[in-house]
Design a protein. Sequence first.
Length: 129
Amino acid sequence: MHSYSPKNLLISILTICLICFAKIAFAQTEAEVNPLKTVEVKFVNKSILPKKYAIIVYQPSTPGNGTFISTFAPGLSKKYDLEVGTKVYIANSEQVDYVMSGQQLTGRTDKPFCIVTKEAKQSYTLPKD
């Protein structure tokens, strides 16, 4: 059986407190180092027919693009976590070919379908045409 002196008990408690405060301080530092804010963005196919969509995104902190090509069933939605300021394009086949050749839509006259804002849980209806 161990006997704990008040001094050892106090040192143990102070050590635990110090570790907890260090973890809190590190977590705050991590948040300050990586201030990127992402929000959940949902895209919905409200058409009565299934439709294939090419969603091309340009996030502020990432060079190049992200491309998501999916068939959306009627009423189906998909969610993505995207950075605030991300430009989202619903691309046609010509735009997909252009991007696949290594070019960026942001350098052309194409207008983005939407630009992600800091509002949480955004929802967009995909075009029916």
